[in-house]
Structures are given as C-alpha cells and as structure tokens.
Design a protein around this ligand. Structure first.
Ligand code: ADP
Ligand code: MG
Length: 717
C-alpha cells in the first residue's frame, strides 16, 4: 500500500484558492493577495506574529501597564476635550468596574458616532494596551464590544469565541482588512484545511524529535489551547511552532545533506602530496604557520588526496592568515599537474593576491597571471591563451574569471576568496570550468553557526580560530564630530612616529559617485588644511587598476602616510605599518563591514587604534553597533550581534546570498531546532537506500517539491 495518493491529494487540496473560503469575496480576496495569501496553504503558513490573552477578564485594579488586557466596565464619563498644549481635539472616557477606573482616549475618531455610543452607564468589554502616565492608567484606541442591555460580560466572553474567552491570534494586517475579519477567514481555513496537512517526515524521527502531527501543529499555532504557556507562545517555543519550524528546516537540511552526499560520491582526481613546492615555500616564509593554519591545511590535504572532489569552506577572522593556506593548497594542485583559479570579489583584492602569489610562485619557478574586467582585449587574449594551453599554473581574477571563454587545460582547484561577497551560484560556475575540480571557499565574515548551516550546509567546514602571534587587539573609540580635531592630532602623533593611517569615508547612499566625491573632497581638504606636512593618497573603486596598484604600492612602501579611501579597502588589504584608522560617519556602516575595515589595522605587533566618528544624529541601532565595536574584537561575537540587530537577510547584504526565505523558521530564534533537524536529516540522507526504497518515496517527493530545480540530484546513485 502506498501513501502517495493521499499525499498528492493533500497537496492538491492545500493549493485550493482562498476564494472558495466562506466569507471571502472579491474585495477580501484582493486584500489577502496583498498579504501574499493566495491559497489555503499560504494562509496556513501565515502564522500569528503575536497572541492576545483574552482567556479571562481582568479587574481594572489589576491591569498591568505594557500589555494587552481585556476588561469590562461601565462608562462613568465621556466627552470631547481639547488638549492643553497642542490644542488638539481628543475623545476621552472613564470606565469603572468597582475595583478601580481607567481612562480611554481616542485621537482619531468620528465625533458624532462616539458621542452617541459612549453614553454614561453603558457597559462594554474593552481590549487594549495599558499605558501608565504617572499615577494614571490609560488605554488608547481600545477595541470595544458593547454589551446588550442586561447582559453580563462573562456570557459575552463565551458567546464570541472569535473575539473573547481564549488566546487569540494576531495576524499581520493590510489596510482595509481588520483583525476580526482576517481572524474569521483564518479560522475557517484552519478548521477545514489544517486536518489535511500531513508531514512526510518519517515516524521514527517525529517520535524522536517529539513533534506534533502537522495538522495539530497548524491548529495550535493559530488557535492555541487554553492551557498553553503564554511566554512559550510569545517566544515561539511552543510545541506547535517548534513542529512547523522543524519541518521547514528538516527538508532544507535534507537537501543540503543530499547535495553534500552527491559531491562526496562524485568522482574526482585524487592528488598525491609530495611537498614539491609547499616545503620550499614554508622555508621561504618569514613566519611559521599557526597551529590552526596547519590543522586546516591538514584537513584540506586529506580532501585533496581523497578520490572525491573537495568542497570546503575555510572560515577565519580577519587577519588569521587564510591566504597562505590557500596558496599551500594551490601548490599541491600544481604539483599534481593541474591549474588553479583564485576568484576575488574586487579588483584591488585580486591584484593584491596576484602580487603576493606572483612573488612566491616565481621563486618556485611557476607562472601566475591576473585577469580582471578592465584589462585590454589584447592583454586578456594573451592571458586566456596561456591559461588554455596550461602555460599558466595559477590565475587570479575577479568575476572576469567566471565568464565564458575562460578555459583551462586542466583546472584542479578553484578557490573563492571572501565567499560572502558572492552568491552561491558562482561556486557552480567555477566548478564547471573543470572536470570535478576541488573547490575551496574562504570567508572572513564570521558567520553565526545557524547561518553557515543553512547557507553553506553542503560544504565541509574548517575554522582558523587563532591569529598569528604578536597581534595586539585594536583599541577602538567612538567619537562625535566635535572631537574630530582631537582625532586628527592623534593621527599626527602616530604619523610622527613613522606609522601610517587610513581615513575611510562612508557610503553616501548607494551611489558610488557620491562616495567618491566624499572621499576625494575629503582627501583634498585634509591635504591642504590638516595634514599639510604629510603625504595623502586617494584610493577608490573607480580608479584604473594600474592607478590603484600604484597607490597601494606607494602606501606599502611608505611613500604615502595617509590613505584616504572609500570602502574598497574593506577586504584583504594588508599593510602592517598602518596603525590608525579613522572612519567617518561610522554609524552608516554595518557591523560586519566595520569589523572588516578595522581588520586593516592591528596587523603588526604595535598597538593600533580605530577611531569611529559618528554624527550627532545617530539612530538607536547605529549606537548599538558602535558600542559592540568598542566591546569586542571577536568576529564571531560581532557577527552574532550584527545578526541580532539587522536580521539575516540584511546581515548578508545581498539578495542572491542564497539564503532561503523561511515561512516559519527564524534563524535568530530557532538555532537549536535547526541543529536537531540537521542531525536527523543528515542521518536519513546517509541511509544507503534513501534514494531508492519505497518507504522514503514520500519524503523524496516533498523534498523535490520544496527544492525544485535547485537540487541537482542527478549525480546521486
Ligand atoms: P586573512 O585571513 O584576513 O585573509 P591574510 O591571509 O591576508 O589574512 O593574512 C594577514 C597577514 O598575516 C598577512 O600579512 C600574512 O602574511 C600574515 N600571516 C599569515 N600567517 C601568518 C603566521 N602564521 N604568522 C605571522 N604572520 C602571518
Ligand atoms: Mg583575505
């Protein structure tokens, strides 16, 4: 007997358009569509964003400020008045229940109607948030349900279950669709369709993870049982929501697990490691690799020697030394007669990598090339030819490397630096430039674990959790604009001791032009008025590559004392003699970005300083971010804080980040459930007959529905 037909039928029924629901006419339908609700399933997944406890009436004397409360009482006074200060009309009423009294206020209302309704002596049930003003309590714009003559409040409470006598869902609203109407639609949907929802998660997992049946989960998430803990509900820890979140994460992780398994099973080129180049390089380096670098290199080597392609993410805080690890991996690929491609997100970073790689590779008798978008056609053609014939061992570049027309004799290893700046797709493009090449991606943005698990869940993870010795944490101060002079004097002092400085100008909105303006005007002003004894250089994204290189080179060789720039220096630039950074309008930067920027200093053994200048008008969030910067230099803690302040989508800063849109799950809140779901999903995917046994037919089907074409399962045997 197969379950598939029921499942199919359930899927079909959940796709029922909402117009078939009682009470949903064309007008309401349009409003629902505005909320993104078209089908019954959409509606089921539109969970309340909070709940109102209307289980019982509260005595007026016991109303607690700051929360929504339900109470009944008699109107003892009602009148339109004018506020003393702003001279605005308001409508005011007093309500008493014998235990105490509370004021009701309306700032927008229809006067005639209010005067008629709010007659002294009339009784009603009220719902609203209690506010406290000194000794007085007030409710602004409460919901009011007048009681018929002689009726008592308790009866009303039980007569209208859509409004009273239980914990009520509060849904996101759109104009013209009141909460009460939406509740009515949702009640109908949940009553009729929730019972049809069936989870495809195998029973043993449902039991182990203590999940509710899916139908029950939907019902309780919308209309919680009377005895549920309100705190759990508010925090999204109740069994119903946990079940729905688990369900969502489970299929995501199952997809990632299969992708990972697919890659693991794919045939690759196993490398031999004889240290032909790595050993001589290690001898040439002016430092010893840290223990963390060696450990990660070991993990990479093991991957490279396996008969399946590597797919590994190296994560490590700014300055931990990822580049050298990547270079070592590259040398192993070259030793095995294959080529290496290194992709970086900006031209400046690509150039910097090129300069560094080029130096070491040359010393080892190997050839390295740079490919960027701004090279001339002729130059590009020569490089492309050399890459195609295999004359070039390692090519560094920007997106230009990913374009069609870039062909390798044999690509053995693809490296993506600062992966978070790219989408997930680029990894696939690079991969297709070779025959199952090994892939190594690196990111300096420390990503909270919950995010890595969803974004990079199909990658093996290595963490470089140690900085090279002798680094001192950067002393960070937040200053207001009025202290700018002091900051300049401080910089002069550092420069006087032979140090160098960065001055970073902010993103002025999205336009690169105005950034450029801010930076170039800033540079001119500083050179003429403030730092006339020192040499200032300007670096921005719109300069030609050789101009940029010349400026960077001047800065490295100390022919420039201060580098004024836009955020182009954010990634990867490395000048150990620079010990001060001043950031203008620091509040406009994201935390991750500030952390990256700050990572440009503190690269040598001397004490470094970061001065964050904020404007007087700085948002609450802005202040919070700057505060975090002064408190810690731990990239992971900064990332967690950033995620909390901004939320996951913003945090990654890009729509193509590959982060799925969750319907129920919340990465900030549901980390624990994610870990559980991941464990179960990976365990299931590891079962030998998962892809073939009829018992898993349903799970596979749901997986396909949810992932669609994003899951390239063809390679799974
Ligand atoms: P990131 O991880 O941010 O990409 P880099 O690879 O640019 O960091 O390294 C930062 C700096 O640290 C570079 O100057 C590099 O030469 C240096 N470095 C890397 N590894 C070590 C080490 N083991 N000991 C000392 N310095 C190191
Ligand atoms: Mg780097």
């Amino acid at each position: 007997m197969s379950l598939t037909p029921t499942r199919k039928r359930s899927t079909q029924l959940l796709a029922t358009p909402l117009e078939t629901i009682r009470g949903v006419g064309p007008r309401v339908l349009e409003k629902l569509a505005k909320l993104g609700l078209h089908t019954v399933e959409d509606a089921l997944y539109c969970l309340p964003f909070r709940y109102e406890d209307r289980r019982q009436l509260k005595k007026i004397a016991q109303l607690l400020p700051g929360t929504d409360q339900v109470f009944a009482g008699e109107i003892t006074y009602a009148a339109e008045t004018v506020t003393p200060r702003s001279r605005k009309k308001i409508f005011e009423a007093m309500v008493s229940d014998g235990s105490g009294q509370v004021a009701l206020k309306w700032f927008r209302y229809r006067g005639d109607w209010m005067k008629k309704q709010f007659a002294v002596g009339r009784k009603a049930v009220f719902v609203g948030e209690i506010k406290r003003f000194g000794p007085l309590r007030e409710v602004h714009h409460p919901d009011v349900e007048f009681l018929p003559e002689g009726a008592d409040a308790e009866t009303i409470l039980h007569a209208d279950p859509l409004s009273f006598g239980r914990i009520l869902p509060v849904y996101p609203l759109t104009e013209g669709l009141p909460q009460k109407s939406l509740r009515k639609v949702m009640k109908e949907v949940v009553d009729r369709y929730a019972p049809l929802a069936v989870s495809a998660i195998p029973d043993d997992i449902v039991r182990r993870a203590q999940l509710l049946p899916l139908a029950e989960a939907f019902r309780q998430a919308h209309w919680p049982e009377a005895d549920v803990s309100l705190a759990a509900l508010e925090e999204g820890r109740d069994a119903a929501r946990r079940t729905l979140v688990f369900d969502e994460f489970f299929f995501l992780e199952l997809g990632l697990a299969l992708k990972r398994r697919g890659i693991v099973l794919e045939e690759g080129i196993p490398f031999q490691v004889e240290h032909r180049y790595t050993r001589p390089l290690a001898k040439m380096l002016p430092f010893r690799l840290t223990a963390a670098q060696r450990r990660v290199l070991g993990e990479i080597k093991a991957d490279l020697m396996a008969p399946h392609p590597m797919n590994r993410l190296v994560q490590g805080d700014v300055g931990c030394g990822k580049t050298i690890v990547a270079l070592m991996a590259a040398l192993i690929a070259i030793e095995n007669d294959t080529q290496v491609a290194v992709v970086a997100p900006t031209e400046i970073l690509a150039e910097q990598h090129y300069l560094q790689f080029h130096r070491w590779l040359e010393a080892l008798g190997l050839r390295c090339a740079l490919l960027t978008g701004s090279q001339s056609g002729k130059e590009k053609r020569e490089i492309l030819d050399a890459v195609r014939t295999g004359a070039i061992h390692l090519v560094v570049g920007t997106h230009a490397l990913l374009q069609e027309g870039v062909e390798f004799r044999q690509l053995g290893l693809g490296i993506i630096d600062e992966q978070h700046r790219f989408g997930v797709r680029q990894r696939g493009v690079l991969k297709r430039k070779g025959i199952s090449p090994h892939i190594l991606v690196m990111t300096a943005t420390p990503i909270p674990r919950t995010l890595s698990l969803t974004l990079y869940g199909d990658l093996a993870l290595s963490v470089i959790d140690e900085l090279p010795p002798g680094r001192t944490p950067v002393a960070t101060k937040v200053l207001t604009e009025s202290s700018r002079e002091r900051a300049y004097n401080f910089i002069k002092k550092e420069l006087g001791q032979g140090r160098q400085a960065y001055i970073v100008y902010p993103l002025v909105k999205e336009s690169e032009k105005s950034d450029l303006l801010a930076a170039s005007e800033g540079a001119a002003h500083l050179q003429a008025e403030v730092f006339s004894d020192f040499k200032i250089g300007l670096l921005h994204g719109q300069m030609k590559p050789d101009e940029k290189e010349a400026v960077m080179d001047d800065y490295k060789k100390r022919r420039i004392d201060i580098l004024v720039s836009t955020t182009v220096i954010e990634v990867g630039i490395d000048v150990p003699n620079a010990t001060v950074m001043l950031v203008e309008h620091a509040e406009r930067f994201g935390l991750a970005q500030l952390h990256q920027l700050r990572g440009r200093v503190g690269r040598g053994a001397d004490q470094s300083h970061c001065l964050l200048i904020r404007s007087q008008r700085c948002s609450e969030d802005g202040l919070k971010r700057l505060q975090v910067m002064t408190e810690t230099s731990d990239g992971f803690r900064i990332a967690e804080a950033d995620l909390e302040i901004r939320g996951p989508g913003e945090f990654l800063g890009t729509r193509q980040s590959g982060l799925p849109d969750f319907r129920v799950a919340n990465l900030l809140r549901d980390g624990r459930v994610l870990e559980e779901a991941r464990q179960e999903a990976f365990r299931l995917a590891a079962e030998a007959d998962f892809m073939t046994h009829p018992r898993y037919e349903e799970v596979r089907q749901v997986l396909m529905e949810r992932w669609g074409s994003r899951l390239e399962l063809a390679s799974i045997g």
